[in-house]
Ligand binder design. Structure first.
Ligand code: ADP
Ligand code: MG
Length: 255
């Protein structure tokens, strides 16, 4: 089912990722506080907020790299599985791209992209390589397929990391500050790939302070502070008329 941009803006898409009163503690730190969040199919949500506000933890709970203390998280109507094969399957359905590219250093670029499809999805090598090559073309690094990660620039490695996640045909892509570790001249090449992905209708949750991306590609901005969602709005409204003092203060520091 495809949902038009207007329908997504009007909040009409089908719920894909739903967090209902999610709470999590790290010892005495209440890192996620009653988080309610519904991300609809095809929606692009940017998560923004000060360092330590819980943005990474929020992402990590959605592919169950972190457990939660209470509340529920569902993906496509099903609760996140706790363990076993179902958990591996979930990780495939929730693509994740981190700040540090996290490629397998001793595998070639092509192998980095084919490993998951072969090992987790049981695809045959030829089919996996064909699709990996297409994905590497899509992110503009096909000519580097035989190289190793260290031979690529940071921007190229991050684009490979995106291709690797896409190879698993995820239902949703999570990006946790994907451009923060990049040299300035490489930020755009990664954001361009993300914008294209958004335009193609991928459901995306993106932790980033790149306002150009938020304004250009996001349907909604979520502002987090101290483990809670303090404010959410369209990018236009959020950046021009933040309502809370926390958001005003934060924006005054990053703009
Ligand atoms: P953000 O991504 O917004 O900077 P994080 O989700 O990384 O925030 O962290 C939120 C808070 O939780 C921080 O105070 C951080 O120190 C703490 N934290 C994160 N991971 C752990 C952990 N594994 N154990 C204990 N505290 C953690
Ligand atoms: Mg973080």
């Amino acid at each position: 089912m495809t949902t038009s941009a207007e329908e997504i803006k009007a909040g009409k898409g089908e719920p894909l990722v739903v967090l209902d009163r999610v709470n999590k503690h790290f010892g005495s730190l209440h890192v996620l506080q009653d988080i309610d969040l519904t991300v609809r199919r095809g929606e692009v949500v940017v998560v923004i907020g000060p360092s330590g506000s819980g943005k990474s933890t929020l992402c990590r709970t959605i592919n169950r790299l972190e457990t939660i203390d209470d509340g529920t998280i569902t993906l496509d109507g099903k609760p996140l599985p706790a363990e076993g094969k179902a958990l591996a399957q979930l990780r495939a359905e929730v693509g994740m791209v981190f700040q540090s590219f996290n490629l397998f250093a001793h595998k070639t670029i092509l192998e980095n992209v084919t490993l998951g499809p072969i090992k987790v999805r049981g695809e045959d090598r030829a089919a996996a390589e064909k699709r990996a090559t297409e994905l590497l073309e899509r992110v503009g690094v096909a000519h580097q397929a035989a190289k190793y990660p260290a031979q690529l620039s940071g921007g190229q490695q991050q684009r490979v990391a995106i291709a690797r996640a896409l190879a698993m045909e995820p239902k949703v892509m999570l990006f946790d500050e994907p451009t923060s570790a990049l040299d300035p001249e490489m930020i755009k090449e990664v954001l361009d790939v993300m914008v294209e992905l958004a335009e193609q209708g991928m459901t995306m949750i993106v932790v980033t302070h790149e306002m150009g991306f938020a304004r250009g590609a996001a349907h909604r901005v979520i502002f987090m502070a101290d483990g809670a969602i303090v404010e959410e709005n369209t990018p236009e409204e959020f950046f021009t008329h933040p309502r809370s003092d926390r958001a005003k203060d934060f924006l005054s520091k990053i703009i």
